[in-house]
Design a binder for this molecule. Structure first.
Ligand SMILES: Cc1cc2nc3c(=O)[nH]c(=O)nc-3n(C[C@H](O)[C@H](O)[C@H](O)COP(=O)(O)O)c2cc1C
Length: 197
């Protein structure tokens, strides 16, 4: 049976290329549902031609692209997730997530997921100056202790994302494929030889 992967994208440059990650996940058999933070949603609307990009993302995933909580009376429009991938994960969402903030739909989903038996992987996109902020390391440690595979390149995740010098990000090298490999590992799905996304 097809499993559903929630891709939760925050407002960092790889969010402008989220189709790369979505297509790579779909190629591995995932049904992908995209959830944007409100800031990432604003980028999708205002940096692109109005709602067109969201229409394309809806078409690509086959699901509405959500960024706000539903009203209590409204029904769920997405299937339940089998796994979650937070990518790109910003400094902002990472530290709020670890502190238990749930004031966006994205944070609501990923804070709750820590208490559910679901694989959760986070792939940050954070520059080296942001990475020096004293809130980051404790947040990453908290999330890892709660079971998140937080793919910041360090002693625990040597193959994870290495922060770049400010204004020198390489969005084309963002390792979507590595995050999907980790999800495969966590879910017992076959590892793909092709991890070039
Ligand atoms: C052009 C631009 C690039 C940014 N790049 C990053 C980034 O690479 N990593 C990051 O953590 N924040 C980055 N930010 C800051 C986030 O967009 C900002 O903290 C935002 O509030 C994040 O909200 P979210 O975590 O809810 O998506 C960037 C902001 C701008 C305007």
């Amino acid at each position: 049976m097809t499993q559903t992967l929630y891709v939760i994208s925050c407002a960092a440059p790889p969010a402008r290329h989220v189709t790369t990650g979505i297509r790579a996940a779909q190629a591995r058999g995932w049904d992908v549902a995209l959830v944007l933070t409100p800031a990432a949603h604003r980028w999708s609307v205002e940096e692109a031609a109005g709602e067109t990009e969201l229409d394309q993302l809806r078409e690509l995933t086959g699901h509405p692209v959500r960024h706000t909580y539903k009203l209590p009376s409204q029904s769920d429009v997405l299937p339940s997730p089998d796994a979650l991938l937070v990518a790109p994960a910003t400094l902002n969402t990472t530290t709020k997530w670890a502190a238990g903030h749930a004031d966006t739909l994205a944070l609501g989903l990923i804070t709750e997921a820590l208490g559910l038996p679901l694989p959760v992987v986070a792939l940050p996109y954070i520059n080296a100056a942001q990475a020096q902020h004293p809130a980051l390391a404790p947040a990453v440690a908290t999330l890892r202790k709660a079971g998140v595979r937080y793919l910041l390149g360090d002693g625990q995740e040597p193959d994870g994302f290495t922060p770049h010098p400010p204004k020198n990000g390489r969005v084309e090298a963002y390792p979507w494929g590595f995050a999907l490999d980790v999800l495969d590992e966590l879910t017992g799905r076959p590892l793909q030889a092709d991890s070039d996304a």
